[in-house]
Write a protein that binds this ligand. Structure first.
Ligand SMILES: Cc1cc2nc3c(=O)[nH]c(=O)nc-3n(C[C@H](O)[C@H](O)[C@H](O)COP(=O)(O)OP(=O)(O)OC[C@H]3O[C@@H](n4cnc5c(N)ncnc54)[C@H](O)[C@@H]3O)c2cc1C
Length: 309
């Protein structure tokens, strides 16, 4: 039995593992993917993690894992399908095993929804991005397209318009779903052009993105736009399906937890992109890992007192 079981070995889970070991706990990290690091593994460059400017995503993932291993955190492969409550114990359940612990940190992260357009995978990291905050700086002075019509797409367009020469906001309907205030702002920014009723069919270029091919949903008319980057903002899905029956989630499936990472169930914590929070980045995920363990330290102390009294 471990003191802490951590589900997921992205930045949040690995940071939690490092802090758990520093606190003197036994810690087991369960990961479903062949390699640790989570979403950053496929990121060409992480340019905003303090102290490691310009580090490759893969390299940062390896460093985080090595750090957790050097602290003697343990690792297991498997996909946790649910967490069970067994008296004071919390049990992480995979297809073939049950991992009991005194506390569980859910650090299973999130996945950006793909559009499914031709060229989307080929140009990932070569002009295609799912994260304007992360990659916007690479497109300063350039022309980009943002695909989507919700709050995330509108926010991305506004963010990118500050540094880019031109931003096309491409939406398949004739009105945005984004909040009214965001729509107003979009209308007032001169270098954002909204392209209505239009879907992205293909991303094209040489080594890097050079243009996109579009189709008008109403007229069927095909078109092409020269762009340097394509930001896809058609949704992000927290990987919380297996836990949503147990802990409270919001309407989008994010686990309800504040900065101390406590969930609605005692002894279960949510860290990183999977929890309700305003900014999903490596630095905030790593901070959550630390905060979750600090909260667990308090929880263990309280439990000891409860047992004594
Ligand atoms: C293309 C892209 C570029 C980005 N660039 C930057 C950047 O430059 N700077 C920046 O700060 N942020 C960037 N981000 C955001 C950053 O990657 C995330 O905020 C961060 O990775 C969140 O860390 P996390 O540990 O919470 O989750 P994740 O990174 O999503 O890791 C979750 C881990 O949990 C595992 N897992 C999921 N479910 C289970 C389960 N049931 N059982 C076991 N394991 C499970 C997953 O396989 C994964 O390894 C980028 C994101 C993307 C998609």
């Amino acid at each position: 039995m471990n003191d802490v079981v951590i589900i997921g070995s992205g930045p949040a889970g690995l940071s939690a593992a490092i802090y758990a070991k520093r606190a003197g706990f036994s810690a087991l990290v369960i990961e479903k993917a062949p390699m640790s690091g989570g979403q950053i593994v496929n990121t060409y460059e992480v340019d905003n993690y303090p102290g490691l400017m310009g580090i490759g995503g893969y390299e940062l993932a390896v460093k985080l894992r090595e750090h957790a291993e050097a602290m003697r955190a343990e690792f297991a492969e498997g996909e946790v399908s649910q967490i069970r409550l067994n008296g004071e114990l919390r049990e992480a359940v995979t297809k073939d095993k049950v991992y009991p612990a005194k506390a569980v940190v859910i650090a299973a992260g999130a996945e950006h929804s793909k559009l499914g357009a031709e060229g989307e995978d080929r140009y990932l990291g070569k002009g295609v991005s799912y994260c304007a905050v992360c990659d916007g700086a690479f497109f300063r002075g350039k022309t980009v397209a943002v695909i989507g019509g919700g709050d995330a797409a509108a926010e991305d367009a506004l963010f990118l318009a500050k540094g880019c020469k031109k931003v096309y906001l491409i939406h398949r309907r004739d009105r945005l779903r984004a909040a009214g205030i965001l729509q107003e702002r979009i209308r007032s920014v001169p270098n954002i052009e909204t392209v209505w009723d239009t879907v992205l069919e293909k991303i094209d270029g040489g080594e890097i993105v050079e243009r996109i091919h579009t189709a008008n949903q109403k007229t069927g008319e095909k078109g092409a736009l020269s762009v340097d980057g394509v930001f896809i903002a058609v949704g992000i899905k927290p990987q919380s399906a297996g836990f949503a029956d147990l802990v409270q989630t919001d309407e989008n499936g994010y686990i309800e937890a504040g900065e101390d990472c406590r969930t609605s169930i005692e002894g279960i914590y949510a860290a990183g992109d999977i929890r309700t929070k305003p900014l999903r980045q490596v630095v905030t995920a790593a901070a959550d890992g630390a905060n979750a363990i600090a909260a667990i330290q308090e929880y263990f102390l309280k439990k000891q007192k409860d047992f004594k009294s």
